[in-house]
Design a protein around this ligand. Structure first.
Ligand SMILES: NC(=O)c1ccc[n+]([C@@H]2O[C@H](COP(=O)([O-])OP(=O)(O)OC[C@H]3O[C@@H](n4cnc5c(N)ncnc54)[C@H](O)[C@@H]3O)[C@@H](O)[C@H]2O)c1
Ligand SMILES: [Zn+2]
Length: 324
């Protein structure tokens, strides 16, 4: 399964090598990006699986970004009560994040990723050289998750990214290979320990409470996911500093690394009020409180529940003051 543009770039080589290895292959084409993650598209995929004669011994391959991966995984999780699937991620975000961990979903008209399952892929195959055709903004957006892994999970990894930011943004292949492998291992370790997000997996939400709110308050149109997460990381870092949890240097390193890889660290809209309201509607809210992941130091995280809305607002206003 793939979308038209990824299929035209990388479909032939995947299909030919599978056929050469003796597999019989059928293609399912889906719309590109988030528009693929609907019930109507999933239904058409189930039809195409039936028409192609797929049964429980068949394997569904997801060739594309996180959207194709989420949809294909959802179709694989539900078709005949679940068939195996393989992730062949072609965006940086999908290689370091979406393809790992078994969360698969389609969107509900009222909320993203609301209808889904936990269905682990049989295998994830990432080839950094496919990132050469990925538009730069999409590539940089994926780097927000890479930086996030360093901040909350591994101080040595963070220093490695800091030291090699120029090679990373110029898509140097050996560097990318190393970065993608470390990020996969770090996320994989978290998911193995906490597949269903009881606690540890929440660390991966660093920067995402404010990030998701910025995306939602702008109808997912102004910022790419990783750009919004970058702003969310800056907000979380400043909140930790205001609470006396993190020192100035810890905040400075996060902000300068995000800037060094071309991600935004200040912004002018939406307003702090709109963002705070959107945080209140977060699906992770429990008893009206949204858990915030904070980083007391590089390589460490802590879940904090009682962040006053006023503090979030003030920090966002400061970031907007710094815009321009
Ligand atoms: N399941 C999870 O754990 C998880 C985690 C994070 C994100 N996600 C999901 O991932 C999705 C976003 O994924 P994404 O950022 O990969 O974007 P995407 O899947 O929406 O793809 C973006 C665009 O890039 C194009 N593209 C993909 N690979 C390319 C390549 N190598 N060269 C040129 N063009 C290419 C695609 O055709 C598409 O138009 C969202 O739906 C999000 O909810 C899921
Ligand atoms: Zn993310």
């Amino acid at each position: 399964m793939s979308d038209r543009s990824v299929m035209s770039l990388y479909g032939p080589i995947v299909i030919e090598s599978l056929r050469a290895a003796g597999f019989s292959v059928s293609e399912i084409l889906v719309p590109a990006g988030e528009t693929a993650k609907t019930l109507a598209v999933a239904e058409r995929c189930w039809d195409e699986c039936l028409t192609a004669g797929l049964d429980r011994t068949s394997t569904l391959l997801a060739l594309g970004g996180g959207a194709v991966g989420d949809l294909a995984g959802f179709v694989a999780a539900t078709y005949m009560r679940g068939i195996p699937f393989v992730q062949l991620p072609t965006t940086l975000l999908a290689q370091v994040d979406a393809s790992i961990g078994g969360k698969v979903a389609i969107d509900h008209p009222r909320a993203k990723n609301l209808i889904g399952a936990f269905h682990q892929p049989l295998m994830v195959v990432s080839d950094p050289s496919v990132l050469s055709t990925l538009p730069d903004p999409e590539f940089r957006s994926g780097l927000a998750e890479v930086v996030k892994h360093g901040i909350v999970l591994d101080a040595a990894y963070f220093s490695d990214i800091e030291a090699h930011a120029p090679e990373i943004i110029s898509k140097d292949l050996p560097t990318l290979e190393r970065i993608i492998a470390v990020s996969c291992r770090l996320k994989g370790r978290i998911v193995e320990a906490d597949e269903r997000e009881g606690g540890l997996r929440a660390a991966l939400n660093y920067g995402h409470t404010v990030g998701h709110a910025i995306e939602a308050a702008t109808q997912f149109s102004k910022w790419l996911h990783g750009e919004a997460v970058s702003l969310g990381i800056v907000a979380a870092a400043r909140i930790a500093q205001r609470l006396g949890l993190a020192d100035v240097e810890t905040v400075r390193r996060q902000v300068s690394l995000l800037r060094a890889v071309g991600l935004p660290v200040s912004f002018s809209a939406p307003s702090p009020q709109m963002i705070v309201q959107a945080i209140g509607r977060d699906k992770k809210a429990r008893d009206g409180k949204v858990p915030f992941v904070l980083a007391p130091r590089i390589g460490e995280f802590r879940l904090v529940f009682d962040i006053p809305a006023d503090l979030v607002s003030q920090v966002l206003a400061e970031m907007q003051g710094a815009a321009g």
